[in-house]
Design a protein around this ligand. Structure first.
Ligand code: SAH
Length: 262
């Protein structure tokens, strides 16, 4: 995707022991300046599970544009960072892992639940996807929409609403990424997954014990699953038992369970 990226007035100077924040006005003349510039390489992505295509896509996304000013010096470190409203932008390795696992490519139609800063959506857009992203906090949804538009990500649509319901008018989706910890597998999202489509979500196993990153693949009216490891996400709010399935219920549907249509 071709875009112009505005360079911030924040500079990360190569100081031993870390980066410091400086105003442009404070930088003495004739001193070399190290700005955030493409490629936006993030340390720690060279691990198993992140494809080269996804790594390259992430290197095109200016992550510093998606975080609060005070933490911009840490934008290219492999860690989650605050984005306000007690929410966080996910750790880049996890963004890379989730994006790789659902095999998003040119022309994929993708649903994201939990827009947050919009960073994950931008990565999916760089992979060639048309992205539909739902965020429950209206202020975050609005800020992400404005940010993504300013950066030229015009293949991303953001809406404020309850992610448990998905985006039924736009389904089915080739891939669905849930970027908040779900106590159950949202049933509406299973119904909006295309056949052979893949959904990834952090599923709460035992309250307080973190989540397992669950990859779900649809095969007509049944689903296969694979656990990719332990993760920690902010909670997916709302929803009740009736909105979702346990892993066991997914594999052994009760007669009363609504199965998605083919
Ligand atoms: N993908 C984001 C980070 C996600 S943080 C990024 O790249 O920055 C998790 C987000 O999920 C938060 O913004 C939170 O407000 C949102 N969220 C939590 N519960 C939700 C729900 N029920 N529906 C939609 N969004 C929800």
């Amino acid at each position: 995707m071709r875009r112009s990226v505005s360079v911030l007035g924040l500079l990360c100077l190569g100081v031993a022991g870390g980066c410091a924040l400086h105003d442009a006005a404070e930088v003495p003349e004739n001193k070399p300046m190290s700005l955030h510039q493409a490629p936006f390489r993030i340390s720690g992505l060279e691990r198993p599970g992140v494809s080269g295509t996804v790594r390259d896509a992430m290197a095109r996304v200016p992550r510093h544009e998606f975080v609060e000013e005070e933490v911009r010096p840490f934008a290219y470190e492999d860690r989650a960072l605050p984005i306000g409203f007690q929410q966080t932008i996910s750790q880049p390795y996890i963004v890379g892992l989730m994006s790789s696992a659902v095999e998003v490519g040119e022309g994929s139609k993708v649903l994201e639940i939990g827009t947050g800063s919009g960073y994950q959506a931008a990565v999916l857009s760089e992979l060639g996807a048309r992205v539909y992203s739902v965020e429950v906090v209206p202020e975050l949804a609005h800020a992400a929409q404005v940010r993504l538009a300013a950066l030229g990500y015009d293949t991303v649509k953001v809406r404020s609403g309850d992610g448990w319901q998905g985006w039924p008018e736009e389904g089915p989706f080739d891939a669905i990424l849930v970027t908040a910890a779900a106590p159950r597998i949202p049933e509406a999202l299973l119904g909006q997954l295309a056949n052979r489509g893949k959904m990834i979500l952090p599923l709460v196993r035992d309250a307080g014990a973190g989540e397992t990153l669950l990859l779900v693949e649809r095969d007509d009216d049944s689903f296969t699953t694979r656990e990719l490891g332990a993760v920690k996400f902010v909670p997916l709010t709302g929803g009740s038992e009736s909105h979702g399935l346990t892993l066991q219920e997914l594999h052994h549907p009760r007669a009363s369970t609504t199965q998605p249509k083919s």
